[in-house]
Write a protein that binds this ligand. Structure first.
Ligand code: IMP
Ligand code: MG
Length: 177
């Protein structure tokens, strides 16, 4: 489906404005620190790269990749790390950067895994949150937008590896998960 046939939920301008606000909050909250920002591949790479350019303190960057479970295994919450961090996070101020929190199972698993590695602090920033679909009780520390229960693509988010390049966030509801 072409982008011009999809309904735009959030425009590139709206996203940029909100990312600047989030970057100001993070600059304030991590003043005198050097957070390690951990992007969850692949969806979060666009958000992460925009965010760090508006943050006004030094940061470190790393990436982690996790398997996406099939629909039948979603309830088990079994998530696997496909590519781990390149470094120890012991005593670091870790800020996990996610594209979207949906059921919450992925971020719940990751938080438990990363917390066991003894960071000084661990927080989560997500561009999007779909609280209606939550299966675990979880509220991200920073959130760009709460959105209704739609399947969305663009700005790094995909459907079967398509649409990540779209500058807007669009609704692809016929494939709603
Ligand atoms: P959760 O474990 O259900 O919270 O799922 C989180 C992951 O599912 C996200 O990191 C995305 O990769 C994917 N996901 C959930 N909802 C959407 C969506 O609307 N569009 C694209 N990917 C999504
Ligand atoms: Mg993801």
């Amino acid at each position: 489906m072409a982008e011009n046939q999809m309904e735009v939920l959030l425009t590139a301008d709206q996203i940029e404005t909100r990312i600047k606000e989030l970057a100001r909050e993070i600059t304030e909250d991590y003043r005198d620190k050097k957070p390690l920002m951990v992007g969850i591949l692949k969806g979060a790479f666009v958000f992460l790269s925009d965010l760090i350019r508006y943050i006004d303190i030094p940061v470190e960057i790393d990436f982690i990749a996790v398997s996406s479970y099939g629909a039948d295994t979603a309830s088990s919450g079994s998530v696997q790390i496909q590519k781990d961090l390149d470094q120890s996070i012991q005593d670091k101020d870790v800020l996990v950067v996610e594209d979207i929190v949906d059921t919450g199972l992925t971020i719940d698993y990751l938080r438990r895994s990363l917390n066991s590695r003894c960071p000084n602090s661990l927080k989560v920033i997500t561009l999007l949150d779909k609280p209606d679909r939550r299966k675990v009780d979880y509220l991200p520390d920073y959130c760009g937008f709460n959105i209704p229960d739609h399947f969305v693509v663009g700005f790094g988010l995909d459907f079967n590896e398509n649409y990540r390049e779209l500058p807007d966030i669009c609704i692809l509801d016929e494939y709603k998960a």
